[in-house]
Unconditional design. Structure first.
Length: 375
C-alpha cells in the first residue's frame, strides 16, 4: 500500500513550517513563577522520532512500520521541526527525500547514533522550562523494568547533548528509572501517573510510593502527584503507562479510555479508573472535565495475543493532534469527535497505527516533543 498525502500548495507549506500559534490554539499557559514541566500543548520547537531499522524488533515488519514512520514524519515536519535519531542516516535521508515534499525536508534535523529500538517517548529527554531556559532531564531507561535491551537507547540523550542538538542545561537523573510515557503534566504543577508502573519491579525498588512522589515533585518542580491505581491494557509491556490510559488536556480536561462492554476483560479495571478520575480535583478544588474515548475493538497478533490498541496515545503538536487509528471506522470516527472536544482549536489528524501495536506501543510512544527554544 503506497503512502498518500494531501499535500498543500507551496505557498501554504512554507507558511506551515513557521512556528505559529493562533490565538486560542495554545491555552492556559502557566505564568513564569519558576521552573515547571510544560504540558504537551505548550509551544513546541519540534518532535523526536527514533527511526526503526533491521536490528530492532521491527525486523519482520520493517516495510510496514517504515511506512507508518514516513507518515508521522510528514505530519510533524510539515508543521514544526522534526529530529530523527537513527544509525542509518544516509538511508533514511534518501527515503524521505523520495517520499516527502521538497519544502518539508529542511525542517528535519538528524542525529546518527546506535539505537536498540524506537520508543522515543521513553528514552527521550523530559524537558522543564524556566525564565532562564530549558532543563534537560535525563532519566535512566532500562527497557521497562529490564524486559528488553536498552543500552544504546539509554545513551541517546547524552549523545544529543554532546552534539549540541538540543539547547538547555543537562540534568543527570540516571539514578532514577522513568519513562516519558509514565507521566503527564498540566504545566501548572500537577503530575498524573499510575501506581502499577512507577511501583513496578525492577524500576526504583525499594523506594516507596511516598519517596517516589517526593522525587517527582522535586525533579519536575511540581506541587502534587495524582496517582491512578487502576487501568491496564492487555499486551502492554510498560506496566500501564498513563499515556495509554488517561491524558491531561487544556482547560482542566482529562481524555481517557472508557470501556462500556461488561464482557471485555478491561471493563472492571477501566471502570475503576473512571471512578477515580471522577474523584480527582484541580488545584482550585474543581472536578476535571472528563472526555471519554472509546475502547478500540480487540486486535490480536498471529499467536492470538491481544494487542494494546488505545486512542489515548495521541501526540499534541502546536496546531494539530495526531491520533492513532486502527482501521475501525466507527470507533476511529468516534475517537476523533471526542478528542476534538478536548482540543477544539486543533486539527485532529488520524494516522493508521495498526503496525505499531504489533510491538505493543502506539503513536505517542514513538515521539517526544521539545518545548520552544530547545531544538
Amino acid at each position: 500500500m503506497g503512502l498518500q498525502f494531501n499535500v498543500r500548495s507551496q505557498e501554504k507549506d512554507n507558511l506551515t513550517l513557521e512556528l505559529k500559534f493562533e490565538e486560542g490554539n495554545v491555552v492556559k499557559l502557566p505564568k513564569a513563577e519558576g521552573p515547571f514541566l510544560p504540558a504537551e500543548w505548550y509551544p513546541q520547537s519540534g518532535v523526536q522520532l527514533t527511526w526503526p531499522h533491521k536490528d530492532t524488533d521491527w525486523c519482520d515488519l520493517l516495510p510496514q512500520v517504515t511506512e507508518c514512520y514516513v507518515r508521522m514524519a510528514y505530519e510533524i515536519a510539515s508543521r514544526e521541526k522534526l529530529l530523527i535519531v537513527t544509525p542509518k542516516k544516509e538511508a533514511v535521508e534518501k527515503l524521505l527525500s523520495e517520499k516527502l515534499p521538497a519544502n518539508v525536508l529542511p525542517n528535519i534535523l538528524w542525529m546518527e547514533c546506535p539505537t536498540n529500538d524506537t520508543w522515543a517517548r521513553d528514552h527521550g529527554f523530559i524537558t522543564c522550562m524556566s525564565e532562564q531556559g530549558a532543563e534537560l532531564l535525563d532519566f535512566r531507561f532500562n527497557g521497562w523494568g529490564m524486559k528488553f535491551a536498552a543500552n544504546y537507547d539509554n545513551q541517546i540523550n547524552r549523545r544529543l547533548f554532546a552534539a549540541k542538538m538540543v539547547r538547555g542545561d543537562y540534568r543527570n537523573h540516571l539514578g532514577f528509572v522513568l519513562e516519558g510515557g509514565a507521566i503527564e503534566s498540566d504545566g501548572e504543577g500537577t503530575i498524573l501517573t499510575t501506581s502499577p508502573c512507577l511501583l513496578a519491579p525492577n524500576r526504583n525498588e525499594p523506594k516507596s510510593r511516598e519517596e517516589i512522589e517526593e522525587y517527582l515533585k522535586q525533579a519536575f518542580h511540581a506541587k502534587r502527584v495524582l496517582w491512578l491505581d487502576h487501568g491496564y491494557l492487555a499486551g502492554d509491556d510498560t506496566d500501564s503507562h498513563v499515556d495509554t490510559l488517561a491524558r491531561l488536556c487544556p482547560n482542566d480536561t482529562i481524555a481517557y479510555v472508557q470501556c462500556t462492554d461488561k464482557n471485555d476483560e478491561h471493563y472492571e479495571e477501566l471502570f475503576r479508573m473512571e471512578e477515580q478520575l471522577k474523584e480527582f480535583r484541580t488545584l482550585e478544588g474543581e472536578p476535571y472535565k472528563l472526555v471519554p474515548l472509546p475502547m478500540a475493538d480487540a486486535a490480536f497478533d498471529e499467536d492470538g495475543q491481544r494487542l494494546p490498541a488505545t486512542y489515548a496515545n495521541f501526540l499534541i503538536l502546536n496546531d494539530a493532534v495526531l491520533m492513532p487509528t486502527y482501521n475501525q471506522p466507527a470507533k476511529d470516527e468516534l475517537a476523533l469527535k471526542q478528542l476534538q472536544k478536548a482540543f477544539p482549536k486543533h486539527s485532529i489528524v488520524g494516522i493508521d497505527c495498526r503496525v505499531l501495536i504489533e510491538q505493543h506501543g502506539s503513536l505517542h510512544c514513538c515521539t517526544m516533543q521539545y518545548p520552544a527554544g530547545v531544538l
